[in-house]
Ligand binder design. Structure first.
Ligand SMILES: [Zn+2]
Length: 248
């Protein structure tokens, strides 16, 4: 009987050595979210498939149903991201982000918004300077989609202390993984642990970032200081959730 072959578009997140000359791959696919599969003999020198399955690659992979894990039959490389690979700092950031995505994605749960955000960020990283504002916004949109997907985003609309609606105010105090304080609670000096003072711009960014389209992201003008605060908050939320120090 002929095996049925499944063609899947994906980004390779990570790979792990398995028994003998095999390798196990973790990837984020367009149609099925995070999946894992095995490459038989891909650790052998000159294994034909191996170069197509390098982490960061975007590829079309042909999978055959296996007992525990699906097996790779073939691969068509869609994008190798040569400029990322040629830049040591970019590789470090890309690998860190792919690792976060690997750890925070449930298996076989499709999420096209995350796939699209990942794809757009990788192309942005490939074609622009690392850590310019737009590259960072594309990355932060991806990470905030992951944060929202995991349901660990702070409440940015109601006061975490008195539950009243947060109206427009100049200064906010964000209590990580919980939410913000309204101006009354802030002024009455409600003390909280692990909190950060943020301004309106940062709150606005956190509210809109996960749903922004590429066109909107490209038009957002953001100050370096605000971006830096948002990065600190994002690192802390991810570190808290993963129980380890996260950087990107
Ligand atoms: Zn309040």
């Amino acid at each position: 009987m002929k095996d049925s072959v499944n063609k899947t578009e994906l980004v390779i997140l990570r790979s792990f050595e398995a028994k003998e000359t095999d390798r196990i791959y973790s990837a984020f696919s367009k149609e099925r979210g995070k999946i894992r599969f095995i490459g038989i003999g891909t650790r052998k020198i000159k294994a034909k498939l191996a170069s197509g399955l390098e982490p960061i690659n975007m590829a079309e992979v042909f999978l055959v149903k296996g007992r525990a894990l699906d097996r790779v039959r073939g691969v068509i490389i869609l994008k190798q991201f040569q400029a990322i690979r040629a830049d040591w700092e970019k590789i470090v950031v890309a690998k860190r982000v792919l690792r976060i995505l690997d750890k925070m994605s449930p298996e076989m749960e499709a999420n096209k918004e995350i796939y699209e955000a990942l794809e757009s960020w990788l192309f942005r990283l490939e074609n622009s300077q690392l850590k310019n504002n737009t590259e960072r916004l594309f990355l932060l949109r991806l990470l905030w989609r992951v944060i929202c997907w995991n349901g660990i985003q702070p409440d940015l609309f109601n006061c975490t202390c008195c539950q009243n609606k947060i109206t427009s105010q100049v200064r906010y105090e964000l209590i990580l993984a919980q939410g913000v304080l309204c101006i009354d609670c802030l002024e009455s000096g409600q003390k909280r642990q692990a909190s950060v003072l943020v301004n309106q711009n940062v709150i606005k960014l956190m509210r809109i970032l996960p749903t922004c389209s590429n066109e909107v992201l490209e038009r957002i003008v953001v100050r370096k200081e605000d971006l830096a605060v948002l990065e600190v908050i994002t690192r802390q939320i991810l570190s808290f959730s993963l129980g380890e120090k996260v950087d990107f």
